[in-house]
Design a protein around this ligand. Structure first.
Ligand code: GLY
Length: 397
């Protein structure tokens, strides 16, 4: 199962990890002036993020970068920076509390993306009671999107519309919030819903060849599986790269929570599909349909997300299987660091270039934005992957 051609690629070294993280932390600290009361837009424009209100599905990633930078600063005796970062994290938690109390743009499934790297992280790192309370409210909001007949959490739109009766692969990353809420409150309703969703998602979004559907529709009356469709991928039958990466991380998390042996196998096969479709330079194209030499945008964020998933999964694999995934994660990170990481603050106020949010094609339904730019989850998961490679990290997810 190990990919022999990966042996040729260099791995990120300890000194490169250190340099990459120092730059990232420096960038986050430098940007606190603009992005404490405000949040980063989902994607940069010509390399620069504009400030926005806390009203989009992506704002938790910036707060997550603040917390990762805080951890680094604290671990490295950077007391002044740690203090400034903690203050900014707390200001942002207050904003997330306001958002959930006033139900500002929370009628979708991305409560985990929003509240795990911001409020759960703040609670785990500093004991923030506001973070805890806001995150439990977000979990309550998320479970309102559960369909008992189809046994899944609906991603977007009105709950009574058949055209919205679908789940999407990205939702795997929203489920840790539910497991966390059950652990915190002792109420198993959150976990039970997460478990049902995992079961439905695994049974339907993963195809026979271990490529993945971005979204999957069900019959509203019976809950029976109906059909897969893409939104952000190139076409229905292709594999949207970030969806595949969410699948890798998702299967690692699904195993962590359920300990179902078959999920290990699915993790390995989904990862294998991703790796076998990497171009020679290891910076993934936005859809796995494309390969070396194609004139198509890249999605560097998928490399970092996949690396984080592998580094999560190695914790549960036998000793003799860990080395391969650690090596591949380091190789992906080396490629991202060398070819995509911002190295000069004048070039960008983000961290990782050459990501793609949403690339319109003749066969998909998505808008066209954030193509070949930084995006906030690309930056966040890059920092998470660096952190995972530098220490025994307690996940926010
Ligand atoms: N969760 C949406 C995306 O990955 O673009």
């Amino acid at each position: 199962m190990e990919r022999t051609e990966f042996k040729e690629y260099p791995e990120i070294s300890d000194s490169e990890l250190e340099a990459a993280m120092q730059f990232a932390v420096g960038s986050v600290v430098k940007n606190l002036g603009t992005f404490t009361d405000k949040f980063q837009k989902a994607y940069s424009e010509n390399g620069f993020y504009q400030p926005i209100e806390n009203n989009y599905w992506t704002t938790g990633f910036w707060t997550g970068e603040i917390w990762l930078a805080y951890e680094y600063a604290k671990d490295h005796g950077m007391a002044k920076e740690a203090e400034a970062l903690r203050h900014a994290g707390e200001v942002q938690i207050a904003s997330f509390m306001d958002r959930i109390v006033n139900k500002i743009e929370v009628d979708h499934h991305d409560m985990g993306f929003l509240y795990s790297p911001s409020c759960v992280a703040g609670y785990k790192l500093t004991g923030s009671q506001m973070g805890r309370e806001a995150a439990v409210k977000a979990a309550d909001q998320l479970i309102t999107r559960f369909h008992p007949i189809g046994e899944f959490i609906q991603a977007w739109g009105a709950m009574d519309a058949p055209e919205n009766y679908r789940l999407i692969i990205d939702c795997f990353l929203n489920l840790p919030l539910l497991y966390w809420a059950s652990e915190e409150t002792g109420d198993m309703k959150y976990r039970d819903i997460a478990e049902k969703h995992i079961h439905t998602a695994v049974a339907n979004v993963i195809r026979e060849d271990y490529s993945t559907w971005h979204t999957f529709f069900f019959d509203m009356k019976t809950g029976a599986p109906d059909h897969g469709a893409t939104c952000q991928g190139y076409r229905d039958g292709s594999a949207w790269t970030r969806g595949q990466a969410w699948g890798i991380y998702g299967m690692a998390l699904a195993y962590r929570y359920t300990e179902k042996e078959e999920y290990i196998d699915i993790f390995k096969n989904v990862t294998e599909y991703f790796l076998s479709h990497m171009p020679k330079d290891l910076i993934p194209y936005w859809d796995l349909e494309f390969t070396s030499g194609d004139e198509q945008p890249r999605d560097s964020s998928s490399a970092s997300i996949a690396a984080c998933g592998m580094l999560e999964m190695v914790k549960y694999l036998p000793e003799n299987e860990r080395g391969y995934y650690i090596r591949v994660a380091k190789q992906l990170l080396k490629a991202v660091y060398d070819k995509c990481a911002v190295k000069d603050y004048k070039e960008s106020n983000g961290l990782v270039l050459h990501s793609t949010y949403s690339n319109h094609s003749p066969y998909n339904t998505c808008n066209h934005y954030g193509v070949d730019e930084c995006n906030s989850w690309g930056d966040y998961f890059y920092m998470e992957a660096l952190t995972r490679l530098m220490k025994d990290w307690n996940p926010y997810w």
